[in-house]
Design a binder for this molecule. Sequence first.
Ligand code: GAR
Length: 197
Amino acid sequence: KARVAVLISGRGSNMAALVYAAKRADCPFEIVLVASNDPEAEGLKFAAAEGLQTYAHSHKGMKRAEFDHLIDVALREAGADYVALAGYMRLLSPAFVEGWAGRMLNIHPSLLPKYKGLDTHERALAAGDQVAGCSVHVVTAELDDGPVLGQTEVAIIPGDTPDTLAARILIAEHQLYARVLADFVSRGTDRDRLEIG
Ligand code: GAR
């Protein structure tokens, strides 16, 4: 099975969805590490209770490249083949991105290329969109910009607030991420195919 490390910063519900997906006998990946830039991240408790290896180190007071190097060492010590960002709210240094090129995915709560960055749900509602959603993409140097591997559309309902919309999209995220990650690791890494140079 492909060895996947998951990076989180908070609640970790997408990470949990990947952990549960990995329990299926026919799942092509296993979770070998859950790592966080916040030692207090709620998701770390879940991961530990599931018997998974965890790594946590605060980024505070560290240079971005130095911190990313710490994470990189943890990932490589865990023998990770792939990295899944799941609510990991840190910009990544170029060296880190390059080191995992074609092997690192992210889930983002919008229909990319719309609404890169933060406050996606607020922006979709403010724009009067009737459809929102989520995307899983390959991570490249530009924020939320790599090749999109899969998306799920989610209807916006009259009266939606950013919170109600986020909650509905989150359900779709949990399904999408596990499915896209499984497909991705099954196909193997091919940087040419991904057009990431
Ligand atoms: C998810 O909605 C994820 O798409 C989003 O943060 C949430 C994390 O929830 N990610 C981003 O906004 C990345 N820029 P979780 O910790 O419960 O998975």
